[in-house]
Design a protein. Structure first.
Length: 399
């Protein structure tokens, strides 16, 4: 059944001023937020999916809240981040919003719809790519700027004159989003299973057998140390004949930094572990480099294969997930134990078995990650169709 483009009739395109009862922000008392009182919603509490994150809630005193004339949250409000790196991020206050009394701080706008427009329709429009692009264009100020009350005349909202049609569009969006969310959750479940399977492979490969040796990492490594501080002044952003030694940060090479040859910390083949950022991320380093303080460097003794050591370090914290050491430091990691066959050939055989199995699940992981990216693109496509009048079918409008 062909769909009717309902944009051809009975739609309007008005500035935000004409579809709002209010656009206002709140505030906080001198001294900022407190540990208890009335919840104070800031930009950090708005999620990218239009929902909220209440894990690190902040509060304002009850007497301050009672004195507020603006910025008090009501059900069906649309909240918009008004400044900073996430300017324009938008969330909707559903009926399941957990706080009976709450307010926004000075970094968030409340957009409250008037009787021309269905509140959730307004949210989805501002949340859509079209709405977000308008909000981004309205940003003023240098560096991390923001939006102000001028968006009342800068942002244009496209909507059907019929609120029932708006309601049907919202219903169609949410039906599509529910189906999409089910698929996303299935994909995320597969990702979790992949991580569990990866760890199970490592556990199986390193099950101690008769005749194996067991040593602490301190005993198994020739050297185990943390990287040094970044050189002050003696480094270049360009790779030249003079500046040849790459600096590594957060476990991954920053290709824009090359240190002097006289600041090499190690020129030996080694395994590095990220102690900050992506904690537990491991890499084998074969070229000379300058490891900075965020990295722990492990140089195995001759009787221990490099890759065998790397995968054992992965088992301590598989790619940073479920790491068994809350804070990865040299004194703590030195105490971790490693079991290994005395024969290098046996160690290398087990490494090949691991990599063979990993190659299969890595391919699955790529497919899953690509599917998750497509899911996000599909969400944008659903909203685009909705506001082009292509999501609701003709018969649905006539019933």
């Amino acid at each position: 059944m062909a769909q009717q483009n309902i944009l051809l009739k009975d739609w309007d395109n008005k500035p935000l001023r004409e579809v709002l009862d209010t656009l206002e922000s709140g505030g906080r008392p001198k001294g900022g937020a407190q540990k208890e009182g009335i919840p104070s919603i800031g930009g950090e509490h708005l999620n990218n999916d239009g929902k909220f994150n209440f894990e690190k809630m902040k509060f304002i005193p009850k007497d301050y809240f009672s004195s507020m004339s603006k910025g008090i949250i009501e059900k069906k409000d649309v909240l918009i981040v008004k400044d900073g790196a996430t300017t324009g991020k938008t969330s909707f206050v559903n009926n399941d919003f957990p706080y009976e009394k709450s307010a926004v701080n000075e970094h968030v706008f409340i957009a409250r719809a008037n009787d021309k427009i269905f509140s959730k329709y307004l949210f989805y429009f501002l949340y859509s790519l079209e709405g977000q692009e308008q909000l981004k264009k309205a940003i003023t100020g240098s560096a991390q700027g923001g939006i102000n009350l001028s968006i009342l005349d800068k942002i244009y909202v496209k909507y059907p004159l019929s609120k029932e049609t708006q309601r049907l569009i919202v219903s169609a969006i949410e039906t599509q989003f529910t189906r999409l969310e089910e698929s996303i959750q299935s994909l995320k479940s597969i990702k979790k299973k992949i991580d569990i399977y990866r760890k199970a492979i490592l556990k199986k490969a390193f099950e101690r057998k008769e005749g194996w040796e067991e040593k602490t990492l301190k005993e198994a490594c020739e050297e185990l140390f943390a990287g040094g501080d970044l050189p002050k002044g003696n480094w270049s952003k360009e790779k030249t004949d003079e500046y040849q030694i790459p600096i590594y940060a957060n476990g991954i090479q920053d290709k824009g930094l090359y240190g002097y040859t006289n600041i090499i910390r190690t020129n030996k083949k080694c395994v590095t572990v990220s102690a900050r950022g992506t904690i537990g991320h491991t890499e084998i380093r074969e070229e000379p480099f300058y490891p900075i303080v965020r990295l722990i460097v492990a140089i195995p003794k001759k009787e221990l294969d490099y890759k065998y050591l790397k995968y054992n370090l992965d088992l301590i914290g598989v790619k940073g997930n479920g790491i068994s050491i809350p804070q990865l430091t040299v004194p703590k990691i030195k105490l971790e134990k490693i079991a290994f066959p005395p024969s290098l050939s046996e160690q290398q055989k087990r490494v090949k078995e691991i990599e063979s199995k990993f190659s299969i699940i890595d391919k699955i992981e790529v497919i899953v990650n690509n599917s998750l990216k497509k899911s996000e693109q599909l969400k944008k496509s659903i909203l685009k169709s909705a506001f082009e009048g292509r999501l609701v079918k003709e018969e649905e409008l006539n019933n």
